[in-house]
Design a binder for this molecule. Sequence first.
Ligand code: CA
Length: 704
Amino acid sequence: MIRNRWWLLLAASACCNVHAESIIDGAAIADESRTGDWLSYGRDYSEQRFVPLSQIKPDNVGKLGLAWSLDLPGIKSLQATPLAVDGTIYFSGNDSIVFAVDARSGQLKWRYDPEVWKHAGKRYRLLFPANRGVAYWKGRVYVGTYDGRLIAVDAATGKESWAVQTLEGETGYITGAPRAYNDKIIIGNGGAEAGYSRGYATAYDAATGKRIWRFYITPGEPAKGFENAAMAMAAKTWKGEWWKFGGGGTVWNSITYDPEFNRIYLGTGNGGPWNQNVRSPGGGDNLFLSSIVALDADTGAYAWHYQTTPGESWDYNSSQDIVLATLKWQGRNRKVILHAPKNGFFYVIDRSDGKLLAADAFGKVTWATHVDIESGRPVETPEARFPGGAGLLYPSSVGVHDWQAMSFNPQTGLVYIPTVDMPQYYSQKNMDPRSWVEKPFFYNTGYDVIEVEGLGQIRLSASLIAWDPIAKRKVWETPMPGLWNGGTVTTAGDLVFQGNAAGEFAAYHARTGKKLWSFDAGLGIVGAPISYQIDGQQYVAILVGWGGALPGAFGVGVARHGWVYGAQPRRLLVFALGRKSVLPPTVKAPMPIPLDDTKLTIDKPLATAGQQLFNTSCHLCHGFMAISGGGAPDLRASPLMLSPDALRSVLQDGALASRGMPQFDDLSDEQIRSLYFYVRDRARSDLARHKAEPAGDTVLPTGS
Ligand code: CA
């Protein structure tokens, strides 16, 4: 540590942008003069992702070029926002693997692998084991692992300092980034659909890993007593025996620390299961699902809450960024929260008391007509809870805006949001909510699992929008070439950077949305860029790592981009003005063509049973209707799927566990044969369709 400081002092004398003090604590994260670093998930405590650097600007961004790139062999998906701390970039990849890279040269300093596949057990099958980032505090890097551990890693050596298991029970996982404040590290949990899932966030001592407090999002069983008065209050908004399901409300992404009020804001998850008729029959608001919950940062005591979607029933969680800002609101400065959750309304909330100031639709919404400002409640449309038993609603379960980070630029006053325009078909026609049974380690929505053909005519789209939170309107919109795109960063140079599904990394004018520069990254991008400065040079960095759960689930809607599992390298790219490094080219692969075993007679009843099983346990990675979006192999084209014995070995014996394919040892031979026939059936019909119409069609997700 002393040696490190000595080195930094020398560096500081050469340049103003390296700080002599290497202790990164709350003061450093909140220090507005530390313009060169990116110290927390959302850059600083505001989570604005606004970079006060203006070396790169509209009239020179055309000269932006690749400074260096780093290939990351073995990595399958990169969703993280990197940190840039005193000349080192820290980030995580899938399976919570952490990297430290020299921010000047791109040389790998260390790689830490927590060996998630050895620890995760059945959790490994719940979702693709993505990870969205790390925290930094006083010489340590902190990562939440997919199997539920919070791990402190020495930032200089990459050696583990301590590890603690944060999850209760057998289900659930962590994919989100921890946050560091007041010598504490806070982390939530994920997996509201995983079965018996109850959401919470927990604060740990940064030095030792000792647990300090935990706040639950849903109330437990009343007979066992409530943890606090907030849980007793929340329990009045539930019906039935919700605790048997856990209720959901996982804190899997959004956690913001507010130093001005010394509070933590949690963005809470959807219901577990989604269907409220199952979870809380007879209704109720179901606190604190789909809410912002404000807590005392030191004790975890409840301060206030605002619920964006009362009686959540559509996977409309409030897990999206909670951004802190001070806005000139009706003539006076107000400290506010900016929040654009899945349900499609953009919220401005007074963070002193949680009072709603504005809520306006920023995309297509058919579940509610508007939000009543006085009561703070949405006014649902008659079709919102599909009285006919089924219906198509906007937005879908990925929302108008999902977890991909938005950014706020105080100079333009605009918020830059990656949005999706897509409906979802929900159905409870063929099921009885009273007898629906939750299955741990499968994907539980509480709705019918069906494949709806013939919805392909609906136009699906995505765009980057700039939203004015004071004027409550969209100022500009730029269409995207695909549905599932990356997060944004905005700079004092009047720029917005974003990567997209088609593998384009682009800069837009922050005031007009005009595209000013772009780079072919050779693979789809889902993470968010950062910008930092060293030795007087401004850099922009992005992780290029198409993959994770949804690129699989979107199926053909994203498969057309040409990203095939394993075909393209995952990389960190770093750009600066005047640099001209050349990225080794990657190939765009054609969509995999299904294989057919023409001699096979398909057992149709078994294939139908396999469809149900596939779409509750395989689809998030291998794609809805077995069409992979490149996040995992396309099973229709897999030679392994031609053999029921090979499939049995993968599922029952875990033959590919070390390569990331989870073991399903509780599946019977009959169930495995049903999956085999389902995939063979899909492959045969899709091959016929492919021959008739090679361009393919569009597949919508349904309530599965
Ligand atoms: Ca969800």
